[in-house]
Design a protein around this ligand. Structure first.
Ligand code: DX5
Ligand code: ZN
Length: 223
C-alpha cells in the first residue's frame, strides 16, 4: 500500500511575464498546477485556454488544470484536448459532474472533481467512481498564499479510506496552504498529490523546495 507523493507547483505564484521559464524551473515536479479563475465562481481572474495552450507547448511538466469557473462543462474538454494530463472541475459549479468526467476522459485527460472546504464528500462518493482525481481544497479557492485549513483533513482521511477499501480509485490531491509545515499532516491524512504555489515559487530555489516537500510527504506516508 505504498503511496508515492506527487508535487504540483502552482503557476499562480509564478511570474506571469515569464511562464515558459517558470515551467522550466520546476522541471522535476510531477504535475504543473494551472489555476483557471473566471471572476464569477471565485473573486479573482487569472488565465484561460489560450494561455494554457501556450504553456502546454513549452512545459516539461504535464499540466494539472484546476478550473475555478462557472459552467465548467463548457470549457473542461478544451483543456483536455489541448493536452492537459488532468482537468479538475468544481462540484459546486457542475450540474452533471458525471457527464463532465466522461467528456474530459473522452478528450484524453484524467478527470478531477474539486470540493471547497465547506463542501462535504459524502454526497459525491458515488459520482467519484467516474473520476480519477479528487481535489480537496484546503483553503477557500481564489488566491494563493492563504493559510491551510486543518479542519478539512477528515475529508482527506475519508477519501483515503474509500480508496483503501477499493470503493474509489483516484488520486487524493490537496490544494492550498501546503508548505513544509503542513504537508506532513496532509500526507498522513491520505493525500498523494500536493499542490504548492507560494511554497515552491516563493522559495529561492524551487527545485530544492520541491525535493524537500517530496521528502517530508514520503516520510509522513511511511510513518
Ligand atoms: C487557490 C488555488 C491554489 C493556489 C495555492 O485558489 O487553487 O492552487 O495556487 O497557492 P498556495 O500554495 O500559495 O496556497
Ligand atoms: Zn488550484
Amino acid at each position: 500500500m505504498s503511496r508515492i507523493p506527487m508535487i504540483a507547483p502552482s503557476l499562480l505564484s509564478a511570474d506571469f511575464a515569464r511562464l515558459a521559464d517558470e515551467s522550466q524551473r520546476v522541471a522535476d515536479a510531477d504535475w504543473l498546477h494551472f489555476d483557471v479563475m473566471d471572476a464569477h465562481f471565485v473573486p479573482n481572474l487569472t488565465f484561460g485556454l489560450p494561455v494554457m495552450q501556450a504553456v502546454q507547448a513549452v512545459s516539461p511538466v504535464p499540466l494539472d488544470c484546476h478550473l475555478m469557473i462557472d459552467a465548467p462543462e463548457r470549457w473542461a474538454p478544451g483543456y483536455a484536448e489541448a493536452g492537459a494530463r488532468n482537468v479538475t472541475v468544481h462540484a459546486e459549479a457542475c450540474t452533471d459532474p458525471r457527464a463532465v468526467a466522461r467528456d474530459i476522459r473522452a478528450a484524453g485527460a484524467l478527470a478531477g472533481l474539486a470540493l471547497k472546504p465547506g463542501t462535504p464528500l459524502e454526497p459525491y462518493v458515488e459520482v467519484l467512481r467516474d473520476f480519477d482525481t479528487l481535489l480537496v481544497m484546503t483553503v477557500e479557492p481564489g488566491f494563493g498564499g492563504q493559510e491551510f485549513i486543518t479542519e478539512v483533513l477528515p475529508k482527506v482521511r475519508r477519501a483515503r479510506e474509500l480508496v483503501g477499501t477499493g470503493h474509489l480509485q483516484l488520486f487524493v490531491e490537496v490544494d492550498g496552504g501546503i508548505n513544509a509545515d503542513t504537508i506532513e499532516q496532509a500526507a498522513e491524512a491520505g493525500a498523494d498529490v500536493f499542490v504548492a504555489g507560494s511554497a515552491v515559487y516563493g522559495a529561492a530555489d524551487p527545485a530544492e523546495a520541491i525535493a524537500a516537500l517530496r521528502k517530508r510527504a514520503a516520510a509522513a506516508m511511511q510513518g
